[in-house]
Design a protein around this ligand. Structure first.
Ligand code: PMP
Length: 365
């Protein structure tokens, strides 16, 4: 007995957790600074923590009211109808919902390369295929409508990511409009805004009024600090919003996650602080790292370090966990998440030391 042919499927490679790394290195997890998964260094909103605590005693009940309340609250935030909010288990879950709602076996999606690996994974899970458009280092990872459209060949879903993981580059609103207007009638443009709170561009949710072929992905994992609770959503056009009921996994968005997300949406102070820290940290990285970096609209910065795997390993040994972007096809780069001021300064110190120590002339001496 075997599962179906999964040879084309790749495993998702997450950033490593502090506990896991500490165990390997025989270190105390508290001595490690984890800047490999773009998490919120301020933790969750205290209001979200309180919501989880007070909800804990009621997790024997399926999440029905909390899901409805969260959907309504998100709809109110964006001025859209509740039916247009597809709450999911993280933005990852929303990607699956789009795959389920759109892909017939053999259908193709078009994704950025480098880019977030779950787009093609989800397509393959749903018996689809993926091809890519380049976001090129030679162009400083600039994203343009032309770059997407020159690779477009009638795929069923086209993904754009703004700010883009792992490069941090953003895709201007006018370029998104050009793409939406240039695609064939059967193609969905999925705009992944997992990091959009940190950027200064307007959300593409505003485009849903005008276009019936645009969906927007958002998450509570980053700026809202709720990655462990797995809540995200797709905002979709009214014209086909009712597909949710036909593809939704029953109760996929959990009770505590929905309650925490509701509380987090009302804590502007926590959100603003999170955004402010990330904006400060990415400038600090640009100004103080001794290696080339690219401007980032997200809560992370891509850095060119030479041998990323050696740099990430050495940095980890010195207590700072960063993301080697080899799995994104950038083996010469690492991605460093924005930490608190203290964590960010420590990361700069360690990374500069590691890069200096690993320079060829340093090893020859
Ligand atoms: N999109 C992008 C571009 C991401 O980097 C991530 C997180 N790694 C996600 C979506 C999914 O985030 P989550 O499932 O935690 O909401």
């Amino acid at each position: 007995m075997q599962p179906r042919d999964l040879s084309a499927h790749e495993a998702y490679v997450p950033g490593r957790g502090a506990e896991e790394v500490a165990r390997d290195l025989g270190m105390n997890p508290e001595d490690l600074t984890k800047l490999s998964s773009n998490e919120n260094p301020h933790g969750p909103s205290p209001d979200a923590v309180a919501a989880v605590e007070s909800g804990a005693a009621e997790v024997n009940v399926y999440p029905k009211a909390s899901h409805t309340d969260l959907t309504d609250r998100i709809a109110q935030k964006w001025g859209i109808d509740a039916s247009q909010v597809w709450v999911s288990a993280g933005a990852d879950g929303a990607i699956d919902y789009l795959s389920r709602a759109f892909l017939e076996p053999g259908d193709e999606i078009l994704v950025p390369e480098p880019g977030f690996s779950y787009y093609p994974m989800s397509a393959r899970y749903h018996h689809g295929e993926a091809s890519g458009y380049r976001i090129s280092k030679d162009d400083d990872f600039e994203q343009t409508a032309d770059g997407v459209l020159s690779a477009y060949d009638g795929e069923r879903i086209v993904y754009v990511t703004t700010p883009h993981n792992p490069t941090g580059s953003t895709l201007p609103r006018e370029e998104i409009r050009t793409i939406a207007e240039s695609l064939d009638d059967h193609t969905l443009l999925a705009v992944d805004e997992a990091y959009a709170e940190y950027a200064d561009h307007p959300s593409s949710v505003e485009l849903l009024e005008e276009y019936d072929n645009v969906a927007v992905l958002r998450t509570f994992s980053k700026a809202y600090g709720l990655a462990g609770l797995r809540i995200g959503y797709a905002a979709v056009p009214e014209a086909w919003a009712d597909a949710y009921a036909r593809v939704n996994t029953p109760f996929a968005a959990n009770e505590l996650g929905c309650r925490a997300a509701l509380a987090a949406l009302d804590d502007d102070e926590h959100l603003e602080r999170s955004i402010e820290t990330a904006r400060w940290a990415r400038e600090y990285y640009h100004d103080h790292l001794d290696v080339p970096t690219w401007p980032s609209g997200g809560n992370f910065v891509l850095c060119e370090v030479g041998d990323a795997s050696a740099v990430a390993a050495a940095s980890q040994e010195r207590g700072v966990i960063i993301r080697d972007t080899s799995s994104f096809g950038l083996p010469e780069c690492v991605r460093v998440s924005c930490g608190t001021r203290e964590e960010t300064k420590r990361a700069v110190e360690v990374l500069n030391d590691v890069v200096a120590d690993l320079r060829p002339e340093a090893t020859e001496l």
